[in-house]
Write a protein that binds this ligand. Structure first.
Ligand SMILES: [Zn+2]
Length: 249
C-alpha cells in the first residue's frame, strides 16, 4: 500500500502539475529582468499559503526569496536551495518545437523553459513539505529555503546574502536539487562536506558519512563535478555542513 503522502500526491497530481505549469509560464529571465517580479510574487503567495514565513530580500540584482517553516526550537535544521530564474529562450535557435514559456505536457514529460531547471525541483520539494504538513500537522524539523533569481547569471548576490545571514542560515544539513546536467537516464547525487571543500573557510563541519563507502551502486562523483554544489557555500564561509547518504535501489 502506498505511503499516505504518495496517495495524497496521486490525488492532487493535477493541481500540483498545474502549479508547475503556472510557474513555467512566467518568463523569469534573470539576464533581462523580464518576469522576475511576477515570479517573486508567485513564490511569495504560494509559500505564504503553504504556511511558510516569507521574506523577499532585495539584492544588487534580482531578489532572493527566503522562507522558513517548522518549529523554531527543532533539534534538526535543513537548509535547501532553488532558483526561480531561467536562461533566455531563443525558440528558433534552440530548436524548440513549442513555445518555451507555454508548457506542454507530453506523457510523463513537460516541455517548457525552467520545468527541469529549477522550477520543477524546488516546487516538488515545497509541495512535499506542504502535503506533509497537511497530513501530519507540524514538521518535526525546521526547514530554511533560499530561492534565488540569479543562478543563470552566476549567482553574484548569493555569497553576500549567505555571509550577511550566516547565523540564520546555520543548518545541520544542506540538500538541494540543482547541479550539472547529465543524460536523462543518468541519475546523479552530488555531495560535499564543508570540511573537505577547497576554500579558506573555517571548517566547523561534522559529518556522519563524510566518506561514503564505495559500492557498485554508489560511487562518489569526482570533485570537479561537485564544485558547483560546494562553491556557493564555501565561498561565503557559510556555517553549514552537509552529509549525503545513498540508498541504492
Ligand atoms: Zn539550475
Amino acid at each position: 500500500m502506498d505511503h499516505p503522502i504518495e496517495a495524497l500526491v496521486a490525488k492532487r497530481a493535477d493541481s500540483l502539475v498545474a502549479t508547475l505549469l503556472d510557474s513555467v509560464r512566467i518568463p523569469s529571465v534573470s539576464l533581462t529582468g523580464e518576469g522576475i517580479a511576477e515570479a517573486v510574487a508567485f513564490l511569495r503567495a504560494k509559500l505564504l499559503a503553504w504556511g511558510f514565513d516569507v521574506e523577499v530580500h532585495e539584492t544588487s540584482s534580482q531578489p532572493i526569496v527566503y522562507a522558513e517553516i517548522g518549529p523554531k526550537d527543532a533539534a534538526f535544521t535543513w537548509l535547501t536551495y532553488g532558483h526561480y530564474d531561467v536562461y533566455p529562450a531563443d525558440a528558433k535557435q534552440e530548436g524548440w518545437k513549442t513555445n518555451p514559456f507555454e508548457p506542454v505536457v507530453d506523457g510523463d514529460r513537460i516541455w517548457g523553459r525552467g520545468a527541469g531547471d529549477n522550477k520543477g525541483q524546488h516546487l516538488a520539494l515545497l509541495h512535499a513539505i506542504a502535503l506533509y504538513r497537511e497530513l501530519h500537522g507540524e514538521l518535526p524539523i525546521r526547514i530554511k529555503v533560499i530561492l534565488e533569481g540569479d543562478e543563470e547569471t552566476g549567482s553574484r548576490p548569493l555569497p553576500e546574502f549567505v555571509e550577511k545571514h550566516r547565523d540564520r542560515l546555520a543548518a545541520d544539513l544542506v540538500v538541494y536539487s540543482d547541479g550539472p546536467m547529465y543524460p536523462n537516464d543518468q541519475p546523479a547525487l552530488l555531495w560535499a562536506c564543508a570540511a573537505t571543500s577547497a576554500s579558506s573557510s573555517t571548517p566547523r563541519a561534522r559529518s556522519a558519512t563524510s566518506t561514503p563507502a564505495p559500492t557498485a551502486a554508489w560511487r562518489p562523483i569526482p570533485r570537479s563535478n561537485s564544485s558547483t554544489c560546494s562553491r556557493r557555500w564555501s565561498t561565503a564561509k557559510a556555517r553549514c555542513w552537509c552529509r549525503a547518504r545513498a540508498t541504492p535501489t
